[in-house]
Design a binder for this molecule. Structure first.
Ligand code: GLU
Length: 285
């Protein structure tokens, strides 16, 4: 098989153990399936991205021994996002939404992931001179897609989340929009990421279809690191970064062993080489 997979962290903080597990899955998949690896720094949210975190992503990955073939950063794509938005607007596929966060919460039902299902209140409203996000009109149709680990899904984004924002009230490009444009323009053939992004996949396939890509990437959503009680990593554990461990003198092999242990891939937190960690992760694919 040939193609391209991406690792796409957001520079809104330092990399943590959850990112390391994702990286192991991405690199293991690349090795197993013969894919090029692309590092994409997802700094679409200019309010939260920090230069020190951008630099740290590269440094921490290199320190751990990961290598990649190409690299991009979303802020270099903003002109191209704007052109694509203009084309969507000309087709009448985008509308401003003036609802506040509170109104959105109060006036819309929620899906099983706790996200609102936007009911289209601002669709067809007269334009106002007021803060607004921009929503894309999603077609009312079922998206059938296959996860390489979890099997088949049939989801209708119109019912699952409704028309969703492609630009937020502060003028920032949203994750959903930026990731779709980039996965198309960077010719990404495989997306391997955590299960926390499972709910995004159908809407991303729908958006990519609107943008003209009808053969979506292949998807695999991997399990997340859980604590002893089976809960996802807490905010506190997430804020505990690879950088801190590194500064405290912990070696890459110890950190890799810890992540393998926490994800149930080895019975004890014994040090592991990157090669061994990738070999073990590869067996999960
Ligand atoms: N930037 C996203 C994150 O850090 C990941 C995007 C993706 O893999 O689709 O959670």
């Amino acid at each position: 098989m040939s193609g391209k997979i991406r690792f796409a962290p957001s520079p809104t903080g330092y990399l943590h153990e959850g990112h390391l597990l994702s990286a192991l899955y991405v690199w293991a998949a690349a090795k197993k399936w013969g894919l090029q690896i692309h590092l994409r720094i997802e700094d679409h949210d200019q309010g939260r991205a920090r230069p020190e975190h951008i630099a740290a992503i590269r440094e921490d990955l290199q320190w751990l021994g990961f290598k990649w073939q190409s690299e991009s950063i979303q802020s270099a794509h903003f002109d191209s996002y704007a052109k694509i938005l203009e084309a969507l607007q000309q087709k009448g596929l985008v509308y401003p939404c003036y609802c506040s966060r509170k109104e959105l919460e109060e006036q819309n039902p929620k899906n099983q992931y706790g996200e609102i299902i936007y009911q289209g209140k601002c669709d067809g409203e007269q334009p106002l001179d007021a803060p607004h996000s921009l929503r894309i009109k999603v077609p009312d149709k079922v998206i059938n897609w296959h996860d390489l680990r979890l099997g088949d899904f049939a989801e209708n984004p119109k019912l699952q989340c409704g028309d969703f924002p492609i630009q937020d009230r502060h003028g920032c490009w949203t994750y959903q929009f930026a990731v779709c444009v980039d996965d198309i323009q960077e010719s990404i053939t495989h997306v391997v990421r955590g299960e926390d992004l499972l709910s995004s996949t159908a809407r991303q396939i729908a958006l990519m279809e609107i943008l003209g890509r009808t053969d979506p990437p292949k998807y695999l959503h991997h399990p997340l690191i859980v604590d002893a009680s089976g809960k996802k990593l807490s905010k506190r554990e997430k804020s505990h970064s690879i950088r801190e461990d590194r500064d405290a003198g912990i070696l890459p092999q110890e950190l890799l062993g810890r992540v393998l242990f926490k994800s149930g891939l080895i019975p004890n937190p014994a040090p592991a080489s990157l090669e061994y960690a990738l070999e073990l992760t590869s067996r999960q694919l």
